[in-house]
Each structure stands twice: as structure tokens, then as C-alpha cells.
Write a protein that binds this ligand. Structure first.
Ligand SMILES: N[C@@]1(C(=O)O)CN(C[C@@H]2CCCCN2)C[C@@H]1CCC[B-](O)(O)O
Ligand SMILES: [Mn+2]
Ligand SMILES: [Mn+2]
Ligand SMILES: [Mn+2]
Length: 307
């Protein structure tokens, strides 16, 4: 069993410095050794160097910020993820901000057209170029990926490489608690399944994960892409992240999601996103980086001590 690590030091989808250090710290903290100890062979030929992709000029397109930089980087990420998957490897992408999912999810669907997407996040990241207020592309990836008509008005030529393959009934969220009004409209309009923290409280994480899988993978026969924004966790668990929101997933709830999805045997591609090891004090940074590493490891569990 081989896991291909896609190290993505990238911060172009949002304004805070430091989230590009996330992948570097997760590797420094020994993620590779951890995976090797768990029985994986690890393919990692160093972090991507995305600074070469940065255009001299990158004026906003409408409200969107750094559109050319984000587009070039995510196109490269899509190719990288696809190539790991086509070799039958598990793709593990370390971010970097969540705009990288434009690439990771595209790469997964190129290799596994029948895949489903499980998005763990405080946010829906489904703003369109028109609905976004911040213009930060880390708040938009899902709207670009959705294969629906009429969501995005004018085609953004920079992103013409991106073939939207995500059907609304193959997408499910867990952990939502800070969704913009236009995003709520989109979720409702396309009937996208979303388990907010309200549902986690009401049903418990075990039932929520089961309902999420039932929604997008009823026969448990579709490959799974798990996109995990660490701000889905409570800020007491993952404090060093760009857009923290109180009332999030506990340490165990976050890890349970990874264990339960791993247990399906269907996981093909994982993103660990929005770890920014420069925002908080040393202890908070340590906690956030180690949580990123442990989430990744539990996605890769091979030997389960079954009860
Ligand atoms: N929807 C957002 C966007 O900027 O589009 C607005 N939100 C921040 C905003 C602050 C004021 C109260 C309402 N929320 C961040 C989110 C993107 C998060 C991207 B992720 O990858 O971290 O999930
Ligand atoms: Mn590989
Ligand atoms: Mn996100
Ligand atoms: Mn988020």
C-alpha cells in the first residue's frame, strides 16, 4: 500500500501569511515516519514549489483575488493527485488553504469519475464569483467543482482547465456553523446534504457519518474523497487556522470521521487543509500541526483492533 503525499505550501486563496507553512510543519513533525510505521510505503518527492507559478500581475477578476495564481497552482495539484491515483495510490494532500481543493477534487474525479466528496468544515466554501464577499478563493472551490448549470454566470477563462464533475448528490458536509446567506441558498437550491454542528449535537457523530455515507454512497461502492478543513474542529482543538469558528468538532469527533471513513475501505483521496502554524503561540501551533498529522494517520489506519 502506497500513499502519495502532495505537499502544497500555498496561501493564495486567502489573505493570511503562514498557511503555506502548514505542509512543511506536518512533514517536519514526522508524518512520513508515522505512515511508514503503520505499514505504508510513502511516495514524497518534496513539496511543490508554487512560487514559480506566481504571475507578475494578477489583478482581481470581478471580486476574485489572485485568480491566475490560484488557477495555475490548482491545475498542477490536479495533475499531481491524478497521477498518484492512476497508480492506485492513496493521495494525501497537505495544505495550504482550501482553494487547493479545486485541484485535489478535480484530480480525484479525473481518476475516479464515480467518486463522492465528504467535506469537513465550519464553512461551505461554495461561494460563487458573484456571491463571494471576501473575494478569497478558499471560500469558493465547491461552486467551481459543481456540475450544475446556471451556478456560475460568466466562464472564468483562467479556470477553463477545470471540468466540473461533482454532482450535487455526491457531495455532503459535516461540521458547518458559519455559512453565508447566498451559500445557504445554493445548498437549498441543489438539495446538497449538509450536517451542521446542530446535527452532530442532535444525533451524535456516529449517526451523522452513517447518514452522510448513506446520502452520497448508499451502496458503499463509490470511491471517497475526504476534504478536511481543520477549522471544522473546535478552535480549542485546532487553534492555529485562518478562519476559526467556535462550537466545532471535538478532537474525538474529528478523528472518528477519519476512522469511520477509513473503515469503509473506499477512501482514495484525502486533503488536510488550513493548518497555519504562524498564527498562534507555540503550544497552539504544536496542537494544530499534530492534529493535522493525526487526522491524516487515522485516514490511513491499516490494522484495527476490533472489539
Ligand atoms: N464564507 C467565507 C468567505 O470568505 O467566502 C466568509 N467567512 C468569514 C466570515 C467572517 C465574518 C462572519 C461570516 N464569515 C470565511 C469563509 C471562507 C472560509 C474558507 B475555508 O476554507 O476556511 O473554509
Ligand atoms: Mn503515487
Ligand atoms: Mn474550507
Ligand atoms: Mn473553513
Amino acid at each position: 500500500k502506497t500513499v502519495g503525499i502532495v505537499g502544497c505550501p500555498f496561501s493564495g486563496g486567502q489573505p493570511k501569511e503562514g498557511v503555506d507553512e502548514g505542509p512543511i510543519k506536518m512533514i517536519e513533525y514526522g508524518l512520513i515516519d508515522q505512515l511508514v510505521e503503520m505499514g505504508w510505503s510513502v511516495e514524497f518527492d518534496g513539496h511543490h514549489k508554487f512560487t514559480e507559478f506566481r504571475p507578475a500581475e494578477d489583478p482581481n477578476i470581478g471580486k476574485l483575488k489572485k485568480p491566475r495564481y490560484v488557477s495555475r497552482v490548482t491545475k498542477a495539484v490536479a495533475e499531481s493527485v491524478e497521477s498518484h491515483l492512476k497508480k492506485g495510490h492513496l493521495a494525501l494532500t497537505l495544505g495550504g488553504d482550501h482553494s487547493l481543493a479545486l485541484g485535489t477534487v478535480s484530480g480525484t474525479f479525473a481518476a475516479y469519475p464515480d467518486a463522492c466528496l465528504i467535506w469537513i468544515d465550519a464553512h461551505a466554501d461554495i461561494n460563487t464569483p458573484e456571491s463571494t464577499e471576501s473575494g478569497n478563493l478558499h471560500g469558493c472551490p465547491v461552486s467551481f467543482l459543481l456540475a450544475v448549470d446556471g451556478l456560475i454566470n460568466e466562464e472564468i477563462t483562467e479556470f477553463s482547465w477545470l471540468k466540473p464533475r461533482l454532482r450535487p448528490d455526491r457531495l455532503v458536509y459535516i461540521g458547518l456553523r458559519d455559512v453565508d446567506p447566498p451559500e445557504k441558498e445554493i445548498l437549498k437550491k441543489y438539495g446538497i446534504k449538509a450536517f451542521s454542528m446542530y446535527h452532530v449535537d442532535k444525533y451524535g457523530i456516529g449517526k451523522v457519518v452513517e447518514m452522510a455515507l448513506d446520502a452520497v454512497n448508499p451502496d458503499r461502492d463509490r470511491p471517497i474523497h475526504l476534504s478536511f478543513d481543520v477549522d471544522g474542529l473546535d478552535p480549542t482543538v485546532a487553534p492555529s487556522t485562518g478562519t476559526p469558528v467556535r462550537g466545532g468538532l471535538t478532537f474525538r469527533e474529528g478523528h472518528y470521521i477519519c476512522e469511520a471513513i477509513n473503515e469503509t475501505g473506499l477512501l482514495v483521496s484525502v486533503d488536510i487543509m488550513e493548518v497555519n502554524p504562524t498564527l498562534e503561540d507555540e503550544v497552539s501551533v504544536f496542537e494544530t500541526v499534530t492534529v493535522g498529522c493525526s487526522l491524516a494517520s487515522l485516514c490511513c489506519e491499516t490494522i484495527r483492533c476490533d472489539a
